[in-house]
Design a protein around this ligand. Structure first.
Ligand code: NAD
Length: 358
């Protein structure tokens, strides 16, 4: 098992990564103030994993709130519904919420924890690969508004993050592969050795080899934890995590979050960002070829789908959070392992969007 400390001064917390990490779950504090615990999950995850979790917590009374499944339910109605149930359960300021699920459950639970009675404790138990390497770490919580994704939210750190790779045994392949895109991203933006290691071990990773998976998740969590601890409120270094997300988010918006998973959209976005990097910095063409090869081995897409209207895609790019003074800004690579954010003209973006990936 690996343990990481996320350094937020008095709000620092541990992330446990490995198999059978549930033994690290700490519900009660020394002075026994925290005595009420509410598990938040959806029916699919409850059917698969609730019994296992509860077997570790047999000394505690755990109440459960089941919410509707899917991104469509990541909204204020669900938040309000959860808060109604917490009130009915007479939860006080010493209640602890436990998020068991993917990024949707984690984001909603964290948001409720940050607002209910002006903030109560919550624990992240992520069950998708994407949530394990990304969403559960860093303290971004929130829900969607009809006019925009993640428009309502807070920065609020969990009390603990328990990453048990055993949960992934039941995760469908597309969801698993979607998480791999974020893992590859960490190598590209921050660690050339990790990137080469991923290229060497991609087959084992696709086969969910336990040792390789553990190393990949650990390295990813380490990178995300370090970068978020250095920039908790997303005003600087954390922007690098957006590599591949400028085009990725626009593709998700244009396809209304129906046709592609987040990691698939990011994969296409990373190829695009690599092409831009080649144009602007003196990087070898081989870097692009290698990246496309790696992503295809991971069964991730590399081309903007043919049915996407490029001018609509370009207009959506201007809603990106990195846009400054109406100027598009992209996270690019100066070299593998070193990312920068720079302004890019929309003409250049349009020209490159029209090119096909090799
Ligand atoms: N807070 C952050 O920093 C952050 C970062 C990245 C993404 N996110 C958010 O995360 C969300 C996406 O998260 P996600 O990719 O985990 O998707 P998700 O939470 O929607 O989960 C995907 C599907 O997998 C199912 N599932 C979860 N665990 C399972 C398991 N072990 N076995 C079988 N099925 C399982 C879920 O019920 C769901 O149907 C988005 O809302 C995104 O905005 C947040």
């Amino acid at each position: 098992m690996h343990t990481l400390m996320v350094d937020f001064a008095h709000r620092s917390y541990s992330i446990y990564i490995g198999y059978n990490t549930l033994s690290k779950l700490t519900l009660s504090d020394n002075n026994q103030r925290h005595t009420q615990f509410v598990l938040i999950t959806n029916q699919t995850i409850a059917n698969l994993h609730q019994a296992t979790l509860l077997s570790y917590l047999s000394n505690h009374k755990i109440q459960t709130i089941i919410i509707q499944e899917g991104e469509n339910w990541k909204n204020l109605d669900t938040v309000s519904n959860i808060i109604d149930q917490l009130m009915t359960m007479q939860c006080d300021r010493h209640t602890t919420l436990i998020a068991l699920g993917g990024g949707v459950i984690g984001d909603i639970t964290g948001f409720v924890a940050s607002c209910y009675r002006r903030g109560i404790r919550f624990i992240q138990i992520p069950t998708t690969l994407l949530a394990q390497v990304d969403a559960s770490i860093g303290g971004k919580t929130g829900v969607n508004h009809p006019k925009g994704k993640n428009m309502i939210g807070t920065f609020y750190q969990p009390y603990q993050v328990i990453i048990d790779l055993k949960w992934l045994d039941t995760l469908p392949d597309p969801e698993y592969i979607s998480g791999l895109a974020e893992i590859i991203k960490y190598g590209l933006i921050g660690d050339v050795h990790f990137y080469h290691w991923l290229s060497t071990n991609i087959s084992a990773l696709m086969n969910r080899d336990q040792t390789v998976l553990m190393e990949a998740v650990y390295k990813s969590c380490q990178y995300k934890a370090n970068i978020t601890a250095s920039d908790e409120y997303d005003t600087g270094a954390r922007e690098m995590l957006n590599f591949g997300h400028t085009i990725g988010h626009a593709l998700e918006t244009i396809t209304k979050y129906q046709d592609m998973l987040h990691g698939e959209a990011v994969s296409i976005g990373m190829v695009f960002a690599m092409k831009l990097s080649l144009k602007i910095y003196d990087m070898p063409q081989q870097n692009l070829t290698d990246l496309i090869h790696l992503l295809r081995q991971a069964k991730l897409p590399t081309d903007v789908p043919k049915n996407i209207d490029l001018s609509v895609l370009l207009s959506i790019l201007f809603q990106d959070k990195k846009v400054l003074d109406k100027q598009l800004r992209f996270v690019l690579l100066k070299k593998i392992g070193q990312a920068v954010v720079i302004p890019i003209s929309s003409d250049m973006v349009h020209a490159l969007l029209s090119e096909k990936a090799i």
